[in-house]
Design a protein around this ligand. Structure first.
Ligand SMILES: *[C@@H]1O[C@H](CO)[C@@H](O)[C@H](O)[C@H]1NC(C)=O
Ligand SMILES: *[C@@H]1O[C@H](CO)[C@@H](O)[C@H](O)[C@H]1NC(C)=O
Ligand SMILES: CC(=O)N[C@H]1CO[C@H](CO)[C@@H](O)[C@@H]1O
Length: 339
């Protein structure tokens, strides 16, 4: 959403204008005068509150983000780098275009790490690296952003068991592995853990079982973690983006190739009975075409989600009211609060 120089979005301004004008339109009597006064007071309070959202002191604080090759992770790494954070950008491959692009940062604070979150040794190596940097600079690790994730599509009767295992290994167990490994550092800083899930962590849609169960699992994991971390002063936040597939890279050329590969494997392994009932091969071909076409119908940018991620990492008080102002219709943004 476009922002005006004073830090308000057009939506904010529209709402304020409506609040001020409505009483005037209704009638012109004594009651109107009172309502206008009240409105002006409300507007003043609103502006005051907007201008006093407190931010943590950023200088030197570290944030580790997984899945920075593309999408939200990539954009968020750049955003935090520009704000002054020390950023540890975990990339599935250090040779990816995204990783190479991040390495061109001139701030000297952006570290690109090869981090396949399904591998114990790579996660351990990342912990050692982050610890070493912090011993040198003396700052803590303020936040862990679990963002890396895979998408998968297909009816339950068509998806192979390998597909169910593979996506859980990344989206669910990968997050558990990374979180467990970095918790000692986060506990020390009384910091934050941010998890990117999806609206599909709350809503069930056909053809989304393999993906959906990992996101429901992620929601459960985050909520339990939130309760267990209360006593350590660590906050746990989930962000649930909606229809952003086109902008995240989930539907780029490479991802479409992976989907095609999955669909070919599905068509090959499907039983004769299921092939007949679903006309599976044709069905998957049509589904693939629909997926290719769908990237144009998703939200075109990443900014609303990256703004929400920034709020979750940077705001001193996670006030659900303030954070919700950044929500858009295509995104649900839920901050799980302690109190
Ligand atoms: C990540 O690790 C898994 C095994 O844990 C492996 O199957 C996969 O190919 C790796 N991905 C990349 C891009 O190296
Ligand atoms: C989606 O948009 C792109 C670029 O605007 C266009 O080239 C492509 O044909 C569109 N795809 C579909 C299926 O409409
Ligand atoms: C609970 C939660 O939000 N889990 C998500 C955290 O991040 C992982 C990995 O990026 C997601 O796949 C989980 O669903």
């Amino acid at each position: 959403m476009a922002a005006l120089p004073i830090g308000l979005t057009y939506w904010d301004v529209g709402r304020l204008v409506a609040i001020v004008c409505l009483p005037l339109l209704l009638s012109c009597c004594y009651v109107t005068t009172v309502l206008v006064c009240l409105s002006v007071i409300y507007v003043a309070f609103f502006l005051y509150r907007k201008s006093t959202i407190k931010r943590i002191p950023i200088s030197g604080q570290g944030v580790l983000i997984t899945g920075c090759d593309t999408g939200f992770g990539h954009e968020f790494a750049k955003r935090l780098d520009s704000l002054g954070f020390t950023v540890f950008a975990g990339c599935l491959s250090e040779q990816s275009d995204g990783a190479k692009n991040l390495k061109t940062s001139k701030t000297g604070r952006l570290h690109v790490l090869g981090l396949n979150i399904t591998k114990d040794d790579e996660v351990l190596k990342a912990v050692t690296y982050v610890t070493k940097v912090h011993e040198k600079s003396g700052c803590g690790l303020w936040a862990l952003v679990n963002n890396a994730g895979l998408n998968m599509l297909g009816d339950i009767e068509l998806c192979t068991m390998e597909m169910f295992y593979k996506i859980s290994e990344v989206n669910m167990y990968g997050m558990v592995r990374v979180t467990k490994a970095f918790l000692p550092l986060i506990r020390k800083s009384k910091g934050r853990i941010l998890n990117t899930t999806s609206v599909k962590g709350r809503l069930c849609l056909p053809k989304n079982a393999a993906y959906g169960i990992t996101k429901f699992g992620g929601e459960a994991f985050s909520d339990v973690l939130r309760l267990e971390m209360l006593k350590f002063g660590v906050r746990v936040i989930v962000i649930e983006p909606g229809n952003y597939g086109g902008a995240t890279g989930m539907l780029n050329e490479q991802s479409l190739k992976a989907i095609k590969r999955d669909f070919n494997a599905m068509a090959e392994k499907v039983s004769a009975e299921v092939q007949e009932v679903y006309n599976a091969k044709q069905y998957l071909e049509d589904l693939y075409k629909a997926v290719c076409g769908s990237s144009n119908s998703t939200y075109p940018g990443l900014k609303p989600v990256v703004d929400a991620m920034e709020d979750a990492v940077v705001s001193t008080h996670l006030n659900i009211d303030i954070l919700l102002m950044e929500a858009t219709p295509s995104m649900m943004y839920i901050a799980l609060l302690h109190d």
